[in-house]
Design a protein around this ligand. Structure first.
Ligand code: G6P
Length: 616
């Protein structure tokens, strides 16, 4: 999704801004641009990759010490150069009253009242040359400018409705960049030599440039100049914000022996799970933060809120929470929950699940729940410094490391590990976890890295499935119980990166509709662990075979399902009981990956999708 990098410096900052954009590329974007103060406002914009922008700035000798840069993921207006940021104000008026434009601006988020602001600005003589909501902010600031850019920003944000992270500079103030955040992340980077300062949408953009980071809070405004900066809160009062040393993970950007980040991240899962579970000696509620025991004792139900892949990890956790901890659990897509009338209960533990900790809908759903009086909140999150962790009472930080591939893999399995721990901790707080069960579950968790390694060794078999799938345009995924969410995740992975239409069903639902689609052109992936539902699942598989459907079965070590005509079986190395979803999802990740590779798609940056969805 959109990314921002900005700076005030005494050196030519363009290479640093472009490098920052490169570090944000993984989030997904469809155009990019950079603007500098160089005796006025100068910019380069591209609908191609950041590498092309880099070539453009070199060819045009674009240089300057004050600048702003942006990767755009289109919302209002197509991906086109005239819609790419930075936007410049044109100035207003005509003839002798003409006033040249002064302001350059980049923006993440969505301005909801852009139509009414545009009409008012057009009435003042401002001419728009993009379809973006962003362009209203730059003209608005220009119209309010009276010699002090920060004052113009303050007056402008008072008129904005919606979500924004903004960075802007002005032709008349060469060594100043101002910024604001509300609903979209923005950080301040304090330069190592104290002469330069930065703004960015993510600390990762500044990896290797500065590790001194200030996380701006909701409603903050910021003014950066050479060697100085000021932060103001939403009431426009000076605010002291802690400078944190953040080791942004520049090393994560190395591909090593892998062809794509997604492949690298799939193979990192044994390490990611080991890191996530490191230090877990026994099951204690305090793993989730101080005061967790009291919260866990108080609550009588769980409400899980999440989006995308994180939502599916929540769907799997529901089975654990109800069967092991005996706690009624509801799982809801965050964008639905935030807008519907629901019945709140103060005794509900609200659990958000998010890799980034910045997903706009999940944050809004959390705030909606809090607004309804549900104050017992916990997040399973991969970014310790994120807004989500700051806003929840309790947290478990997964340690997947930076995930670059848009299609989430190691974040999902580490979320499952965190959610399984939560299940056990809740069961324990409720007196529902015997010592023997605790010991058995811990033993199984500690063995997960080795078990995952054995599953990854199935890759050659999965590649042979992928060769078949690459020729298809549709696929069905079936699972039952705890593995139905795994079927959902498998279908999501396949559609995201190979663009094959894929749907998942609980296998028992097959005969209520999807069976009508089954032909030899509709491969049916079946997740078939050896659990209580296996015999029922075998009947569902017969229903597919009888209609000429071709089955691709992920069987358990002891499932007693063999390959035959129209039935392709990959056998899992070991039977894994309650934690089996963590293992069964891995061949499905590999299937999506190798199918996409065979079809030649852009695996790490699938079309139209973004890694971190910071707009609604
Ligand atoms: C986007 C990503 C998905 C991710 C979802 C939720 O759609 O492409 O991979 O699952 O957002 O993101 P979160 O950071 O909240 O887990």
């Amino acid at each position: 999704m959109c990314g921002i990098v900005a700076s005030v410096s005494t050196r030519n900052i363009v290479p640093i801004l472009v490098q920052g954009l490169q570090r944000l590329e993984y989030r997904g974007y469809d155009s990019c641009g950079v603007a500098v103060h160089a005796d006025g406002l100068k910019r380069a914009r591209s609908t191609s990759r950041v590498a092309e922008l880099q070539a453009q700035v070199s060819a045009e000798h674009l240089e300057g010490g004050t600048g702003i840069a942006h990767t755009r993921w289109a919302t209002h207006g197509a991906p086109a150069v005239h819609n790419a940021h930075p936007h410049f104000s044109h100035g207003s008026g005509a003839g002798s009253n003409a006033r040249p434009g002064k302001v350059a601006l980049v923006h993440n988020g969505i301005i909801e009242n852009h139509d009414e602001l545009r009409a008012a600005l057009q009435a003042k003589g401002y001419v728009f040359d993009s379809q973006t909501d962003t362009e209203v902010i730059v003209h608005l600031m220009d119209s309010l400018y009276d010699g002090d850019l920060f004052e113009a920003l303050k007056a402008a944000v008072a008129q904005l409705r919606g979500a924004y992270a903004i960075a802007a500079f002005c032709k008349d103030e060469p060594h100043r960049v101002v910024g604001a955040r509300a609903g979209s992340p923005l950080i301040l980077g304090v330069g190592q030599d104290h002469s330069e300062n930065f703004l960015a949408s993510d600390a990762m953009a500044l990896a290797g440039v500065t590790d001194q980071i200030v996380y701006l809070e909701e409603g903050d405004l910021v003014d950066i100049q050479l060697g100085k900066y000021w932060v103001f809160d939403r009431q426009h009062q000076r605010a002291a914000r802690e400078v944190k040393t953040v080791h942004a993970h520049s090393g994560a950007a190395e591909l090593g022996p892998y062809r794509h980040y997604m492949q690298k991240e799939i193979f990192e899962q044994p390490r990611a799970i080991a890191d996530t579970l490191e230090g877990v000696e026994g099951i204690v509620p305090e793993l989730f933060g101080d005061g967790a025991y009291r919260v866990f004792q108080d609550i009588d139900s769980v409400l899980i809120l999440a989006c995308g892949t994180s939502y599916y990890s929540g769907c799997a956790a529901k089975y654990w929470l109800e069967s092991i901890a005996k706690i009624p659990t509801q799982v809801e897509v965050a964008s639905e929950y935030r807008y519907r009338d629901s019945v709140p209960s103060p005794k509900t533990l609200v659990v958000t699940i998010t890799q980034s900790g910045e997903t706009a809908d999940t944050l809004a759903a959390l705030r909606h729940a809090q607004g309804l009086g549900m104050t017992q909140t916990l997040t399973i999150c991969n970014v310790a410094t994120s807004a989500m962790v700051r806003e929840c009472k309790l947290a478990y930080i997964t340690r997947a490391g930076v995930e670059i591939g848009v299609a989430s893999t190691k974040a999902f399995t580490t979320q499952l590990a965190g959610l399984f721990l939560l299940t056990l901790a809740l069961a324990q707080a409720k007196g529902r976890l015997s010592e023997e069960d605790e010991a058995a579950h811990l033993k199984a968790m500690r063995h997960l890295p080795a078990a995952l390694q054995a599953v990854l060794a199935l890759e050659p078999q999965v590649i042979s499935w992928a060769e078949d799938f690459a020729k298809m345009e549709n696929a069905l995924f079936l699972g039952r119980g705890l593995h139905y969410p795994i079927a959902l995740e498998g279908a999501l992975k396949l559609k995201e990166i190979s663009y094959i239409h894929a749907e998942a069903y609980p296998a028992g639902e097959l005969k209520h509709g999807p069976l009508a689609l089954v032909t030899s052109a509709m491969p049916v992936v079946t997740v078939a662990p050896n659990d209580a539902l296996l015999e029922k699942l075998k009947s569902n598989m017969q229903e597919v075979r009888a209609r000429g459907g071709v089955l691709y079965v992920l069987a358990d070590a002891d499932s007693h399902i063999d390959s035959s005509e129209g039935v392709h079986v990959i056998r899992m190395p070991e039977h894994y009981g309650a934690l089996s979803p963590l293992l069964h999802v891995v061949p499905l990740q590999l299937l999506a990956y190798h199918t996409a590779v065979a079809r030649g798609t852009d695996v790490d940056k699938p079309r139209n999708l973004a890694k971190s969805v910071t707009v609604e």
